[in-house]
Structures are given as C-alpha cells and as structure tokens.
Ligand binder design. Structure first.
Ligand SMILES: [Zn+2]
Ligand SMILES: [Zn+2]
Length: 143
C-alpha cells in the first residue's frame, strides 16, 4: 500500500487515483501549482477539471494540501505535509516563482507576538516575496 493510500485511509477517506495523483504531483514539485498545471501533469487518462477541483478541496479540508494566493486570479496548491517548509519569491513581471526550503525560519518571534496580541496559536504560515526576476530586470533596463 502506498503512503498516500494509507494517509487517506487513516483519515477515513477512500484513496482514489485522482487523490493520490494530486498528492504525488504536488510532492514532486517545489513550486505551488494551479489546478490546470496539476491536471497537465497527470498521466493519461487525465481526470476532468471538475474532479481535480473537487479533490483539491477535499485534500485541503484534510490538511494534506494548502492553497496559496500569489496575487493571481487562480489559486495554487502545494503539499502541506509535515517537514515541508518553504518560502517563495514571485516575479511581478512574468509570474515566475521560485520556492526555497527553509532550514531555520526566523518567524518564531512574530508567531509569539501573534499569540500575545490575538491569542492565536500559530501552526503554519505562508510567506511570499514579490519582486522582479533577472530577465524582467534586464528588460526593464536593470533597475
Ligand atoms: Zn519575470
Ligand atoms: Zn517560514
């Protein structure tokens, strides 16, 4: 039994090809993917778009994937498993995304501050930096 099958069963959910496929695809990539990107990476026969959306919403409600808003119309998704901790930088010009693993995240102080001010226990965060990638900077005349 694959590890995704096991995880889904543990949560009382049936493991389907669509659900497992999404988890595998998101784990294989470091940048968050749109539902369209996810569908494109599926081997044939590809699931229909509605199925991809439905499975993404189920997997987010189970906490296995997380949706990320990167100032685009469409949301992107990434794996939300334990030990996966990434920050991202997004180019405002062309939309290029780079994600980087963070070994030491320095946001513990902010999380403590949130707890003090609002009483929230923070379990997770999503951090995006926005800017211009090297190609876009070249086009802009390297500002
Ligand atoms: Zn760019
Ligand atoms: Zn962090």
């Amino acid at each position: 039994m694959g590890k995704h099958t096991e995880t889904l069963r543990r949560m009382g959910r049936t493991s389907t090809r669509g659900r497992e496929g999404i988890l595998r695809i998101l784990e294989e990539t470091s940048i968050p993917l749109s539902p369209k990107d996810i569908r494109e990476r599926f081997p044939e026969p590809k699931p229909d778009t509605a199925t991809v959306y439905r499975n993404l919403s189920l997997l987010s409600s189970l906490g296995l994937v997380r949706s990320v808003a990167l100032h685009e119309r469409c949301r992107r998704y990434e794996a939300a498993g334990e030990g996966i901790h990434r920050h991202r930088v997004v180019c405002r010009g062309c939309g290029r995304i780079e994600a980087f693993q963070v070994t030491t995240c320095h946001l513990a102080g902010i999380e403590a501050d949130i707890r003090r001010r609002f009483g929230f226990k923070v379990t997770d965060h999503s951090l995006e930096f926005f800017g211009s990638c090297p190609e876009c900077r070249k086009k802009e005349g390297a500002k």
